[in-house]
Design a protein around this ligand. Structure first.
Ligand SMILES: *Cc1c(COP(=O)(O)O)cnc(C)c1O
Length: 349
């Protein structure tokens, strides 16, 4: 492996000084102080003070659960902010490129376009796995990041670990593994490989299994060296106080999250069984996520028919390798029952 973080960081990022906030200069040690340093309104209402820029309480809890150190964690305003910070830290506009593996999550493309970074697309194989040889062929000295979404959105499958390892060992840029759906997967997170691979970056989110899409909290796990760079460029107060409090409450109650995950996985099984008996469903793809991708006779027609019955799913027919596919998110037992009922009605119609 010829990975060298120093060759990856943009020169302007290396040279810049981070913004130093009042809360960076004076970190409370718990003793009673009078805070006249940040031009805040002094009247207490629960959120009149700026939040902790490094989200220490929340990180300590997460570090414990994920078995990493707090210095290996960056938190962001959703994974979307985490991904944006990665582009801005490591990709030089008009010079560098990233590699993505369609069909996959649309944000990588949006961020590449926004940051004027060339996107090199290497299609997944027919079984929706990374095409390792083609990926390595597409890479050059300016390939700063490779995005692996596993379990992948919209296909649902997780990538073979040996393929990911091959890429970690042979790609000379950063390998970003987007684990937004990892809590629904059979296999484990790649967090355990962080000590071995200095080019590994893992992103997760509280938006899916943790049921907190509305508070916007994304997580990034990487080497301390990478996290230091990201901390340097992030907006000082990027995770607001309400989000930090709500997230902490939720991660402390991991059993409740686990119960919901189990319910969703049970419903996923019910949905797959039902889809198998729908005559216009031609193929159901294996899934490690909280959604199911299925090939149907006419995705756009079926999508519109379900809309008429008040059910919104995702039509993925325009995505490469996804012609005539629909993506069904697994809902509650009742929502699932209504979906299956609607599908059966369409068969009879
Ligand atoms: C839903 C999703 C996310 C979540 O993004 P947030 O900004 O954290 O809500 C990230 N990656 C993928 C692949 C997703 O499908």
């Amino acid at each position: 492996m010829n990975f060298n973080l120093n060759n990856i960081i943009r020169e302007n990022v290396k040279a810049m000084k981070p913004y130093s906030s009042a809360r960076d200069e004076y970190v409370s040690d718990g003793s009673k102080m009078i805070f006249l340093d940040a031009n805040e309104n002094p009247y207490e209402n629960g959120v009149n003070r700026y939040p902790d820029p490094l989200q220490r309480s929340l990180k300590e809890f997460i570090a414990d659960q994920k078995k990493v150190s707090t210095s290996q964690i960056l938190l962001g305003n959703g994974s979307d902010e985490v991904l944006d910070l990665l582009f801005r830290a490591f990709c030089q506009p008009k010079e560098d490129n990233i590699i993505t593996l369609p069909p996959s999550y649309g944000m990588y493309t949006v961020l590449a376009n926004l940051n004027e970074i060339e996107e090199r697309k290497v299609l997944l194989t027919d079984s929706f796995q990374p095409n390792v040889n083609e990926i390595l062929k597409a890479a050059d000295a300016n390939s700063k990041m490779l995005f692996l979404c596993s379990p992948n959105n919209p296909t649902g499958n997780a990538f073979d670990v040996d393929k990911v390892i091959q890429l970690l060992e042979n790609f000379s840029g950063l390998v970003v593994v987007d684990e937004a759906y990892i809590d629904f997967a059979e296999g484990e997170s790649l967090i355990q490989y962080l000590p071995q691979y200095p080019n590994l970056i893992i992103t997760q989110t509280l938006s899916k299994a943790y049921g907190l899409a509305g508070i916007r909290l994304g997580l990034c796990f990487a080497s301390e060296a990478i996290i230091t760079v990201l901390n340097k460029i992030k907006p000082p107060y990027n995770v607001n106080e309400l989000t930090q409090l709500k997230a902490l409450e939720r991660v402390k109650n991991i059993e409740a999250v686990q119960t919901e995950i189990e319910d969703i996985l049970r419903e996923r099984k019910t949905l797959i069984k039902a889809l198998e008996n729908i005559s216009f469903v031609k193929h159901i793809y294996p899934t490690d996520a909280n959604f199911v991708l299925a090939k149907v006779d006419d995705a756009t027609a079926r999508y519109n028919q379900l809309l008429e019955k008040g059910i919104v799913i995702r039509n993925r027919t325009t995505q490469p390798l996804c012609e005539n596919t629909l993506r069904f998110t697994v809902g509650t037992k009742e929502e699932n029952r209504l979906l299956i009922e609607a599908l059966n009605k369409l068969v009879k119609a």
